[in-house]
Design a protein around this ligand. Structure first.
Ligand SMILES: [Zn+2]
Length: 158
């Protein structure tokens, strides 16, 4: 990959990232599955849960968006319960490692609604945006009491 000749990004949302910051590890096949789901449900938002431990995603749980909306999502209740039960059976949890949804056209960051409706401070919120692009944008956040902090996503081979 060519290195940009301009100065490094000064995106303020990345300002608090530093060595030792939290990292979410996601396998490439799981990432591709999430992107495929987001494209299949386009133009509506897609959503699902991430199971695993230690910041490493071990299983992706696609769920239905109960709102069938291009601007909102709510994980369908029965899908949520089924995923949480499976995670519990695997010794993960009690909260999901992550919750993902798509922003079909962006933004890449949590919306005001996402922040207001983030009920899992122990979960990482993964957002897949610009899903129609060749390479959608994947960013992850922790949302605690209205405060949003970005988390690095490390994509690893299968
Ligand atoms: Zn959102």
């Amino acid at each position: 990959m060519k290195r940009a000749s301009s100065s490094p990004s000064t995106d303020p949302s990345l300002a608090d990232l530093s060595p030792g910051s939290e990292v979410l590890v996601l396998r490439r096949d799981d990432l591709e599955a999430i992107i495929a789901q987001a494209r299949a449900e386009y133009p509506n938002e897609a959503c699902g849960l991430l199971g695993g431990r230690g910041g490493r995603v071990e299983r992706v749980y696609p769920t239905r968006n109960a709102l069938n909306s291009p601007v909102r999502y709510r994980v369908a209740e029965e899908d949520l319960l089924a995923a949480l039960l499976d995670m519990e059976a695997r010794g993960w949890g009690p909260d999901p490692l992550g919750i993902y949804h798509s922003h079909p056209h962006g933004p890449e960051t949590p919306s005001a609604t996402d922040v207001a409706e983030s009920f899992y401070p122990d979960s990482i919120y993964l957002i897949v945006s610009h899903v129609a692009r060749e390479r959608p944008v994947i960013r992850a956040f922790r949302i605690v009491e209205g405060q949003v902090r970005e988390i690095m996503v490390q994509i690893v081979p299968v």
